[in-house]
Ligand binder design. Structure first.
Ligand SMILES: Nc1ncnc2c1ncn2[C@@H]1O[C@H](COP(=O)(O)OP(=O)(O)OP(=O)(O)O)[C@@H](O)[C@H]1O
Ligand SMILES: [Mg+2]
Length: 261
């Protein structure tokens, strides 16, 4: 099992203007841990995931998954982008196997493994459905199934529940906890929801506005499985307050305007 590490990662996008996005970001996760990343919109969370996914070469710093550098090397981690990116012309089962096939798994094996997961992901009976025939929650579960099926020990999940209503979202959180407890992969989970982050994670990292840096990291040492009632316990409430205060603090620091390139 592998963890991940980011060391002093810096990046700016260059177009007509230079947009500094990541400012000396360091963050790591021991194998099998669940780490969340929260921060204001536009602070660089998705950019950071793209660096760990090996899809973006940062200006400086190091990124590793399982002890191997991801710089210029995609595929070490399974990546679920912010948009679910299901292919509308492939049925649910064929969408599910996509990541595994790209990673080199033979199609019959990928299909067999995917079918075995449909039940756990609440999608039994929808193997032959087109993405357009699935509800929002089902599409998210299908994209997650595809990510879990990708043969990698580290999962990068970019706001997987972002598009869901509050009730579905709570169901999905409980469900993800259960699935994760069964698989024990290393996870980096991006969310805007501090409570969701604390409920699911071992540690929650707070990013400042762009250029994003890690403002603080809060531990969430609660026994699992975590029940919804955990959110009212004092140890949870005080950590949630600490995270919200860290976000407020980070927001108080002025973010850099784009500079002429
Ligand atoms: N390919 C790109 N080219 C130029 N600028 C980019 C590119 N990708 C992202 N940016 C800029 O980098 C900054 C950070 O973007 P990013 O998508 O990482 O933010 P985020 O924290 O994921 O935001 P959100 O919470 O809204 O998803 C933004 O200002 C965005 O405009
Ligand atoms: Mg994003």
């Amino acid at each position: 099992m592998s963890g991940f590490a980011l060391r002093r990662v810096n990046h700016a996008f260059r177009g007509e203007r230079v947009v500094p996005v990541l400012d000396d970001v360091s963050l790591d996760a021991a194998p099998g841990t669940f780490v969340s990343l929260v921060g204001p919109s536009g602070c660089g969370k998705s950019t950071l995931l793209r660096v760990l996914a090996g899809l973006l070469t940062p200006d400086g710093g190091e990124a590793e998954v399982g002890g191997q550098s991801t710089i210029g090397r995609p595929g070490l981690a399974a990546f679920m982008p912010q948009k679910d990116l299901l292919l509308p012309w492939r049925r649910a089962l064929q969408n599910a196997t996509l990541g595994a096939e790209i990673a080199g798994m033979k199609r019959p094996e990928a299909r067999a493994r995917a079918l075995a997961l449909f039940d756990q992901f609440g999608l039994t009976g929808f193997e032959r459905a087109w993405p357009a025939q699935l509800s929002g929650g089902m599409r998210q579960r299908l994209a997650l199934l595809r990510t879990f099926l990708t043969p990698a020990d580290t999962l990068l999940l970019d706001e997987p529940f972002g598009a869901l209503d509050a009730i579905t979202r709570r169901e999905m959180q409980a469900w993800l906890q259960e699935v994760w407890m069964g698989h024990q992969r290393t996870v980096l989970f991006v969310t805007h929801d501090v409570e969701e982050a604390l409920l699911l994670s071992d540690r929650v990292a707070v990013m400042s506005p762009r250029p994003g840096r890690i403002a603080t990291v809060v531990d969430a040492p609660f026994a699992r499985p975590r029940l919804p009632s955990l959110v009212t316990e004092p140890a949870f409430v005080s950590r949630k307050a600490a995270l919200l205060a860290a976000l407020d603090d980070a927001m108080a620091r002025p973010s850099l305007p784009p500079a002429p390139g």
